[in-house]
Design a protein around this ligand. Structure first.
Ligand code: NAP
Length: 478
């Protein structure tokens, strides 16, 4: 069949479905009050998502920087043209909304505002907005997004937005818009939660504060301790100026010490929690607040400790290229030649050195594995069993390897009197106390009889529960 015949046949065909005029659906109209940074970015995203956007502005003619396709009207006219209105104006200027109360009656107002600091005002901005326009349905939300992220498309981290408000219908309208913008909105409840949502963007690394303080405190304490023991001691007792050692040698002692102590601090709260549960004979009593808080920042403690371990590795790798080291090696070799002396190869020292280095490398390898699996993108694809195997079992193994690495570093110096300058132990000995205690306690906890009791407690068994509440032991059906 030729192309012409086919087209003729087609033209003779009669469509059996009724003739329908296709009227394109009008895009839903959304209003944005304020043509500032956030208003413009939000308007652009709304346009890209297929909405018709109308801006409510004080300056309806200076709209050159607005996204193409958006309309600009005065506040009253803009409010009348849409059911959903985003308020992208600073809270200080909200009083302009009072005269618009009639136009805003029954409308959904999304309060996007943030504050400069916590408790800046007696009430949340969204509650204040609701009090100004009681006839409108105020929803707090989208305030955790920035104008920048809206313009560039939200990344995984800020795809989540929180909303709250009194009206379920109003919240559903906002949730529908959020999902069309590619965001996922989580309903946090009534408008009384608004203050909490407004505080979110003001948070400054809340989980990192304690770990950072510990890291800075430990680094400062050990830096001064080692400064006195090495640099000042050498100057006072022998008149030697070895202050140049501060930059690398001292730093390379502080880093592993802080790293090992912080790694122990990661595992100590878990051990303490087990001991507390054993002592109480139940898991149904809350841990003290300090222990709760400590457990919550274990990841940050671990990551900081990994950072210090990494610095230790870098400092160690540059040892051979240091001027002072190259000088002493050359000096030693030249003096051997001059005095026509030779040194014997000591197998014990070689074994000691290799074992100490090997344990350090293995410990660091596992350290890195712990760090990688703590990343949300990795931990999300692990089952709970895999995650706890790596973080708990391999974590304790890492602590064991790093502790053994430090013990081997000390080797026979533990018993030498010259190690204890001014009767003080070296830093590496001090830092061994905590990991040794954690490992010993852990060893006790995994002995079969103790482990059995802890497992039962974690499965819901309570010591003395039958005596406390005899009814509990009675069968439900007599
Ligand atoms: P902005 O750049 O200062 O813009 C605010 C807009 O409010 C102005 O462009 C102006 O628009 C309008 N406005 C100013 N004074 C007014 C008055 N007296 N009466 C009525 N309207 C007035 O602020 P923004 O950065 O877009 O932030 C807007 C709101 O979003 C703030 O509450 C802020 O806390 C919140 N927020 C901002 C971001 C962000 O990344 N920028 C992120 C989250 C939340 P017209 O000239 O068109 O009237």
């Amino acid at each position: 069949m030729t192309g012409q015949e086919r087209s003729e046949e087609k033209s003779e065909c009669v469509s059996l479905s009724p003739m329908r005029e296709t009227v394109p659906a009008l895009p839903e109209r959304v209003c944005v009050f304020g043509t500032g940074d956030l208003g413009r970015s939000l308007g652009l995203r709304l346009l890209q998502a297929g909405y018709s956007v109308v801006f409510g502005s004080r300056r309806t003619h200076s709209s050159s920087r607005l996204p193409h396709g958006a309309q600009v009207l005065g506040h009253a006219a803009a409010a009348q043209s849409a059911h959903l209105i985003f308020i992208a104006v600073q809270r200080e200027h909200y009083d302009f909304l009072v005269p618009l109360a009639n136009q805003l009656k029954g409308k959904v107002l999304v309060d996007l505002s943030n504050n400069l600091r916590k408790n800046q005002y007696p009430e949340a901005n969204a509650e204040y907005l609701q009090s100004l326009v009681p006839g409108a349905e105020v929803v707090k939300g989208f305030n955790t997004l920035s104008a920048w992220s809206l313009q560039n498309g939200p990344s995984d981290a800020n795809r989540q937005v929180y909303i709250c408000g009194e009206s379920v219908e109003a919240k559903q309208v906002v949730i529908a818009v959020a999902s069309k913008l590619g965001l996922s909105a989580l309903d946090r409840g009534f408008l009384s939660v608004a203050r909490e949502l407004e505080d979110f963007p003001l948070q400054l690394f809340p989980q990192w504060r304690l770990p950072l303080r510990i890291a800075i405190g430990l680094s400062a304490a050990f830096f001064f301790y080692l400064l006195i023991r090495y640099v000042i001691y050498a100057y006072v007792t022998q008149g030697d100026d070895i202050s140049f050692r501060i930059m690398v040698s001292l730093a390379n002692q502080v880093c592993p010490i802080v790293s090992l102590i912080m790694l122990s601090l990661c595992y100590l709260p878990g051990v303490l929690a087990s001991i507390l549960q054993l002592y109480r004979g139940t898991k149904y009593r809350r841990f003290p607040n300090w222990l709760d808080h400590w457990m919550l920042c274990r990841k940050q403690l671990g990551l900081l400790s990994l950072g210090f371990a990494f610095l230790h590795v870098l400092y160690t790798l540059i040892i051979p290229i240091r001027y002072s080291v190259m000088f002493w090696v050359t000096e030693h070799t030249v003096s051997l030649i001059r005095e026509n002396r030779t040194t014997m190869f000591d197998t014990t020292t070689a074994w000691h050195d290799d074992s100490y280095l090997s344990l350090g490398i293995l410990g660091f390898g596992l350290y890195v594995l712990l760090g990688i699996t703590s990343l949300p993108s990795v931990s999300n694809v692990l089952s709970w069993r895999e995650f706890s195997f790596i973080q708990s079992k391999l974590g304790h193994l890492t602590l064991l390897l790093c502790t053994a690495h430090t013990y081997l570093y000390g080797w026979n110096r533990f018993l030498s009197a010259s190690t204890y300058k001014w009767y003080t132990p070296p830093g590496y000995m001090l830092c061994l106390v905590l990991p040794s205690v954690v490992l010993l306690l852990k060893l006790l906890l995994i002995t079969p009889c103790v482990d059995r009791t802890i497992t039962r407690i974690r499965q819901g068994w309570e010591r003395g529960a039958d005596q406390r509440n005899p009814k509990d032991s009675q069968p439900l059906i007599p």
